[in-house]
Design a protein around this ligand. Structure first.
Ligand SMILES: [Zn+2]
Ligand SMILES: [Zn+2]
Length: 201
């Protein structure tokens, strides 16, 4: 017996069906996607969470997550603003509205304010110090910011926005260092320490 789609009256001898409806009509009855909100840092361009911390994922990952399309082989085309994904009716491409909110991430925010938690002091042969400064700064800037680099008679001081990242960078290059903590004042009743990491090359 021939079935007819109740919406377009096409018979199942001509078109594929999904449930009661033909596939075309079933597709067209999908609700449009809700707009997706994404917050971006105006300075570094990275995706941020509500706390203005950088998120470790791409815009595509975020859009797919917010649309709950994980596990559907979803891809997001940013230029055309649509998602493609697998549905019971086959693979579909549908438009999605992404609303961008501009903000500044906590890293860039602090970078503008000369804030720092640690100073890496590189000492030793001038050529070696200069070369290693470049390597260390590049490593640091992947994760945090470097508000100041000071050239001194005895070597180079690299100011660093994050104590943990300063230590991680030195460990990444297997440099040994001498660590000292200096009380740098108080904020919100908490003692603030500044870490000095002395590296002899
Ligand atoms: Zn139909
Ligand atoms: Zn930023």
């Amino acid at each position: 017996m021939v079935r007819y789609c109740p919406l377009c009256a096409k018979p199942d001898s001509q078109v594929e069906f999904h449930g009661e409806l033909c596939v075309q009509c079933a597709k067209s009855r999908l609700k449009p996607f809700e707009p997706v909100n994404a917050m971006l840092c105006t300075k570094c361009g990275q995706l941020l969470d509500r706390g203005r911390n950088r998120k470790d994922c791409s815009l595509a990952d975020e859009v797919i997550r917010l649309l709950k399309l994980k596990g559907t082989n979803a891809t997001f085309n940013e230029a055309k603003s649509f998602v493609e994904y697998d549905t019971p009716y086959g693979r579909m491409a549908r438009p999605v509205l992404v609303l961008f909110e501009k903000s500044m991430c906590t890293v860039c925010d602090r970078a503008g304010s000369q804030y720092f938690e640690a100073v890496i002091q590189l000492r030793g042969d001038a050529n070696k110090v200069a070369r290693i400064t470049g390597m260390v700064v590049q490593k640091l800037e992947q994760k945090t910011f470097v508000p100041k680099i000071e050239e001194l008679k005895e070597g180079i001081d690299i100011y660093c926005g994050s104590r943990n990242e300063a230590i991680a960078a030195l460990n990444a290059f297997s440099f040994s260092y001498v660590r000292t903590e200096k009380l740098a004042g108080q904020r919100d009743g908490k003692r603030l320490y500044r870490t000095t990491l002395l590296v002899r090359l």
